[in-house]
Design a protein around this ligand. Structure first.
Ligand SMILES: Cc1ncc(COP(=O)(O)O)c(C=O)c1O
Length: 415
């Protein structure tokens, strides 16, 4: 039975790991820096000074979110640039680096490029949950290992790596540790202070558009004392670590988003920052959605379940359903989700993350990512619980392999 079409203005957005909505309060904070306060932060006149002081203020707020020093914050154009700056900035030909098979392409492809330039690269395998074993890292370290890069939380499954342990092992070995925290920053407590649990992290990437700021602004945390060669050559911006006129409005937005994230993480978002009030409240919505789907849909399951995950993410499979068709069917009915990482959509290859976790290609192709945002409501969860089971049964009703599977179960059933 076809699902009733949903008016476009009432769309439900559950693809926050691809990009988050811009929070109105974040937009309000950045707006003046696109209009009246449009100055270049390097200019000495008043418009320039206003821009400079806004950049300084935002740098402090972002540093506070990560419990870092403001001098350790480098603004970039986004997560991809931060990852590239981290990898290319500290590694040279002849070095060895270690990363993992489940990284985002921003790290994987950067590592592959380094390999072409004479860097030896080890890609660690993960277990069935997508986790990197600390023992595997220990075994892979070499005398010339310069850098280890392991993501904080996975963009497809939300699975959180044992980062403190991996970073400590790397530090003890004398190598540098980078973490792509694009899906962790603003969602998880990240304390980078030198005496904190994550003291072993030397470099950490974050991205504005995964934490309710706009696209095109990012951060690289560079621990005090780490020498970083710039990717770009030009002016002396960002303490010579990232040349180019600052994206003042984007930086201000990121500062405001960091302030809201800090309040949300402390369970105290309040009316100043829209959305659910805490990670616990968001995880409750996610868990209700997940449980509801598993109960309503036979032959379904959660990829990466049973391990700590970011509160907003679930990756679910529905056997004998083509994820791409499901994403399109749901889209036509007003629900936005994703079939793997957004950067891969359009490609018919099964997700490299799910296949690294050992999923057969058919199961990986039957998996969708649902990533809630802080503004997701209980009513939207109810609606998703109506739409997804209907869409799955609609697609299964025309799936030959599903019919064959059902028939073989029926044939095996006792008379
Ligand atoms: C884990 C991870 N790293 C890096 C990126 C790239 O970030 P950006 O889109 O800001 O370049 C993404 C984007 O999806 C991501 O999820």
């Amino acid at each position: 039975m076809a699902i009733a079409a949903r008016p476009p203005q009432r769309r439900i957005y559950m693809d926050a790991n691809a990009t988050t909505p811009l929070l109105p309060e974040v937009f309000d904070a950045m707006r003046p820096f696109l209009l009246e306060n449009f100055g270049n932060a390097s200019s000495i006149h008043q418009q320039g000074q206003r821009a400079r002081s806004a950049v300084d203020k935002a740098r402090n707020t972002v540093a506070k979110l990560l419990n870092a020093k403001s001098s350790e914050i480098v603004f970039t154009s986004g997560g991809t640039e931060s990852d590239n700056l981290a990898l290319f900035g500290v590694v040279a030909s002849g070095d060895h680096i270690i990363t993992s098979a489940v990284e985002h392409h921003a790290v994987l492809h950067a590592a592959e490029e380094l390999a072409k330039r004479g860097v030896d690269v080890t890609f660690l395998e993960c277990d069935a949950s997508g986790l990197i074993a600390p023992a595997a890292l220990t075994a892979a370290l070499r005398f010339n290992t310069r850098l280890v890069s392991i993501m904080f939380a996975n963009n497809e499954t939300g699975v959180i790596q044992p980062i403190a342990e991996l970073a400590a092992i790397t530090r003890a070995h004398g190598a540098l540790f980078h973490s792509d925290a694009v899906q962790g920053a603003g969602k998880l407590d990240i304390d980078l202070s030198p005496d904190g649990p994550l003291a072993g992290i030397d470099l950490l990437s974050a991205s504005g558009h995964k934490m309710y700021a706009p696209q095109g602004i990012g951060v690289l945390f560079v621990r005090h004392g780490v020498k970083l060669a710039p990717l770009f050559h030009g002016g002396t911006h960002e303490r010579q670590r990232r040349a180019g006129t600052e994206n003042v409005a984007g930086i201000v937005a990121l500062g405001k988003a960091a302030e809201c994230a800090a309040a949300w993480l402390s369970g105290n978002a309040g009316p100043e920052c829209a959305g659910t009030e805490s990670p616990t409240a968001l995880a409750e919505l996610r868990d209700r959605l997940e449980q509801g789907l598993l109960q309503a849909i036979p032959a379904s399951g959660v990829n990466g379940a049973g391990h700590p995950r970011t509160a907003n993410t679930t990756n679910v499979f529905f056997d004998h359903v083509d994820a791409e068709s499901l994403v399109i069917t749901l889209d036509l009915n007003g629900l936005s989700v994703s079939g793997g990482s957004a950067c891969q959509s359009g490609a018919s290859e099964p997700s490299h993350v799910l296949t690294a976790m050992g999923l057969a290609p058919a199961k990986a192709r039957a998996s969708i990512r649902i990533s809630l945002s802080r503004t997701t409501t209980p009513e939207e969860i109810d609606e998703a619980l109506r739409l997804i089971p209907s869409a799955v049964s609609q697609l299964r009703s025309i799936s030959k392999s599903w019919k064959a599977a059902i028939e073989s179960v029926d044939a095996l059933a006792p008379a």
